[in-house]
Design a protein around this ligand. Structure first.
Ligand code: HEM
Length: 242
């Protein structure tokens, strides 16, 4: 605690609090999914007919691809670019920086940065689609717009720091590495960085209570992960076997 400013103590407490809440609520939700019985065979069309197809469903969103190519394209590009952005961000929390993370900041190319730009574009596209396509607009709730806008704003403030209002990345790393190693350091008092961080913390706290839990839920959803083979194989309710 020695040498820490009041602002730093506030944000350090906020970061740890948000992280613990996120982890506890995320694990509790996943535990809930894992112990929920799924006695019936209920894959929804178009559903994969083989185990490999189920893996494809999770990795490539294949049923969405069959259902709507434009939504699939926007969604898939968004998820891929978000993964690259998050991979690049690991450099703030790890020292030494592992190779896959370093590759995201490869000098001259910086694929992680361009992934950020693509991510913001994909989010804009998905947002406009909700407003533009009548039948999608009809089923869209405030929460659907909120997550797109929140992640978009996080990306936007990040891009502002990268391209226009430079932040002291060394000071950021000292702060984030301090958090990761439980040796807290002062937060750089840069309003843009603090805004970016605050928005990321809001996302973290909101995540386990939102539709974003599909990240954990997709592995447990019987409609998506069951093989559609009820004509070939008789499904026996797991607890009827006992
Ligand atoms: C879901 C969470 C987050 C998303 C989607 C996100 C997104 C982005 C994007 C798109 C950029 C611009 C491209 C780039 O420089 O990589 C960026 C920059 C940045 N982000 Fe994040 N960010 C997130 C969380 C965080 C967190 C938790 C921190 C640190 C505590 C952080 C620190 C930074 C910094 C310092 C930059 C500027 C990099 C530079 O100037 O080189 N971000 N972020």
């Amino acid at each position: 605690m020695e040498g820490l400013t009041g602002l730093s103590i506030f944000f350090i407490a906020l970061c740890y609090g948000a992280f613990v809440l996120f982890l506890a609520a995320f694990l509790a939700k996943v535990y809930g999914y894992a112990v929920t019985p799924s006695p019936l065979k209920i894959p929804t069309t178009p559903a994969p007919a083989t185990g490999l197809g189920v893996a494809g469903e999770v990795l490539f969103f294949t049923s969405l691809f069959k259902g709507n190519k434009w939504t699939w394209l926007g969604g898939y590009i968004f998820h891929l670019s978000l993964a690259a952005v998050l991979l690049r961000h690991l450099r703030y929390f790890l020292d030494p920086v592992p190779l896959p993370v370093a590759l995201m900041t490869y000098p001259g190319l910086e694929p992680g940065v361009w992934a950020g730009v693509v991510m913001i574009g994909a989010l804009g596209y998905l947002f406009i689609r909700r407003l533009w396509v009548d039948r999608v607009k009809y089923i869209s709730l405030f929460a659907d717009y909120f997550v797109l806008a929140l992640i978009g704003l996080i990306g936007f403030t990040g891009a502002l720091m990268k391209f226009f209002i430079r932040t002291d990345v060394e000071a950021v790393k000292e702060f984030t590495l301090g958090l990761a190693t439980l040796k807290p350091a002062n937060i750089p008092p840069d309003p843009m960085f603090i805004t970016h961080l605050l928005l990321a913390l809001v996302l973290m706290v909101y995540f386990p209570f939102s539709k974003l839990m599909h990240l954990g839920g997709v592995f447990f959803s019987p409609t998506r992960t069951q093989v559609d083979d009820c004509r070939e194989t008789r499904h026996v309710n797991p607890w009827a076997r006992k």
